[in-house]
Ligand binder design. Sequence first.
Ligand SMILES: [Zn+2]
Ligand SMILES: [Zn+2]
Length: 58
Amino acid sequence: MAGKQFLCGVCNQPEKMCNCIKYCALCQSDYGVRLTEDGQFYCSDCREACDYKTQDTA
Ligand SMILES: [Zn+2]
Ligand SMILES: [Zn+2]
């Protein structure tokens, strides 16, 4: 199942196209924020803690 696009839950665009203000859904940090499969953005610490994958590591 390769090629699944992660889409921003707000604008429904892939991460590259998304112009939303990005911050972590858990801690509101904007450090290293990336889109994950659930359509929300998480900072690097929260992604690591919760084992969320970005598009390119999934
Ligand atoms: Zn967006
Ligand atoms: Zn966070």
